[in-house]
Design a protein around this ligand. Structure first.
Ligand code: ADP
Length: 496
């Protein structure tokens, strides 16, 4: 029998599967997109059954590509798009409604109503989050209010709720296990991250019954066994975490002040802060994972427009043909000639929280060219990252030590150097940039003892390149002060 780990990475647009060996190296992978359902503006759904089928299919394909069978797999790990809400019939296993995707805004009214009734503090103090339709709570409430028969089914104990990890786990175990991990539970806006339980007061406020919720277990450890129907052999499922926390684990961030940033369409910085929760007024507190019977915490949030601004240079302004070309164009000038670009295409999220802000390029004089704008665009990702990291440091009282990076735009060396300069900490790019699935492999491998502990994983983890800060203090703070002024100008542009 081999000692391989199968990772199921269930994302928003596709499901991926990867096989890792004992050295933590990815030896095969497969992925497949599935149908995106947009019933009306702002609404966004997935077919739960399709998600399960596609995830199973790519898992079997990855095994085939690796020339392995189920017998060679010692552990399965699951990572997933977070917050997406599935509810299904316990007896038939059929979803009672499509999965409501994290990005779906249909819960906005439910959330506004909670805020109007003065519940924002109550939720913030218990869940670490600020009330928002992204999280599962308003989606669950919406299903109860709008899907006939769900209340009755719940009253009879026949209705189950799960985030996507829970849904996959339940299917893999053929309905034997209904569980989740702390990282996913903490994105529902119903889990008390201080008391570590589904919060009865919050459930009462929303009139949601407690019996639909999964058991919350450590992220590392055996949740249950995949039925032998799926891979010809029973396999333990021994690691689960939401995608961002899995990436944090995959970046070997497990000492307070270790942080990662994912530079994708949006940017997602997350910092490990340790065993103690620290109150976050801005809604940045999230459980990192559960390990050895205890919960550990992280702080972070999403920057709405990251690499999407570079895509806009390509598709909107048409000053580059491919996004990597932004690097050469930015390097063709010495600075931005005083130009700042605040890419608030959809408003500004944490720490600014201004949904009325809009994108703005400011400081333009006659000599400004596309190259200066390209440079200002890349810089904007670094500045927005600093805005959030400064807030994370302040609220958590934890000093940032270094920033590990992943995502498409982390391949841009100009951006990485500027990021190191503007933060004044080393920026480290790993050899394996697929950190979400790597982290999940680490969790699942630890869960069955392929690896002993996190220090062994730190040995396996390899950096590809480190960018050290070289900018002097005065220059850094002068540039950053300019950015802060620019952000202020972009706020409140859309009239309410
Ligand atoms: P996602 O998972 O969000 O789709 P990816 O991690 O695949 O994102 O990264 C894609 C994003 O990164 C795009 O928005 C793209 O504009 C940006 N990007 C990719 N490569 C580069 C690069 N070399 N320089 C700047 N931006 C880049």
């Amino acid at each position: 029998m081999g000692n391989y780990v199968l990772v199921m990475d269930q994302g928003t647009t596709s499901s991926r599967a990867a096989i890792f060996n004992e050295r933590g190296e990815r030896i095969a992978m497969d992925n497949k997109e599935f149908n995106q359902i947009y019933p009306k503006p702002g609404w966004f759904e997935h077919d739960g059954t399709a998600i399960w089928n596609v995830t199973l299919e790519v898992s079997k394909n990855a095994l085939k590509k690796a020339n392995l069978t189920g017998k060679d797999i010692s552990a399965i790990g699951i990572t997933n798009q977070r917050e997406t809400t599935t509810m299904w019939d316990k007896e038939t296993g059929t979803p009672v409604y499509n999965s409501i995707v994290w990005a779906c805004r249909r819960g906005s009214e439910i959330c506004s109503d909670l805020i109007d009734k003065g519940y924002d503090n109550t939720f913030n103090k218990k869940t670490g989050l600020v009330i928002d339709a992204t999280y599962s709570a308003s989606k669950i409430k919406w299903i109860f209010d709008n899907v006939p028969g769900t209340k009755e089914k719940a009253a009879e104990g026949k209705l189950l709720f799960g985030t996507i990890d829970t849904w996959l786990l339940w299917n893999l175990t053929k309905g034997k296990v209904h569980a989740t991990d702390p990282s996913n539970a903490s994105r529902t806006m119903l889990y008390n991250v201080y008391d570590l339980k589904w919060d009865e007061e919050l459930l009462d406020i929303l009139n949601i019954p407690k019996n639909i919720f999964p058991e919350v277990k450590d992220s590392i450890g055996i949740f249950g066994y995949a039925d032998k129907e799926w891979f010809g052999h029973e396999i333990p499922i021994s690691g689960i975490a939401g995608d961002q926390q899995a990436a944090l684990f995959g970046q070997a961030c497990n000492e307070p002040g270790d942080a990662k940033n994912t530079y994708g369409t949006s940017c997602v910085p997350l910092m490990f802060i340790g065993d103690k929760p620290v109150y976050s007024e801005k809604g940045l507190l999230t459980l990192a994972w559960g390990i050895n019977g205890k919960a550990q915490y992280s702080t972070g949030a999403s920057i709405l427009t990251g690499g999407a601004a570079v895509q806009w240079l390509r598709d909107g302004l048409k000053i580059i043909k491919t996004t990597p070309e932004s690097e050469a164009l930015a390097r063709s000038v010495e600075d931005t000639a005083g130009v700042y670009f605040v890419p608030a295409f959809q408003g500004l999220a944490a720490p600014h929280w201004d949904m009325y802000a809009r994108g703005m390029i400011i400081g333009i004089t006659a000599g400004v060219t596309g190259a200066h704008i390209a440079r200002a665009t890349l810089d904007s990702m670094a500045y927005q990252t600093r805005d959030l990291l400064d807030q994370m440091e302040k609220e958590s009282g934890t000093k940032l030590k270094s920033l590990k990076v992943d995502g498409g735009a982390a391949n841009n060396d100009y951006l990485m150097q500027f990021q190191a300069d503007i933060l004044n900490v080393p920026v480290i790019r790993p050899a394996d940039v697929e950190t979400t699935s790597l982290g999940t492999a680490y969790l699942a491998g630890l869960g069955v003892g392929i690896w002993k502990d996190q220090s062994e994983l730190k040995e396996l983890w390899k950096a590809e390149k480190t960018f050290y800060p070289t900018m002097d203090e005065e220059k850094r703070e002068e540039l950053y002060a300019g950015w802060k002024r620019a952000v202020e100008f972009s706020k409140g542009w859309i009239e309410r």
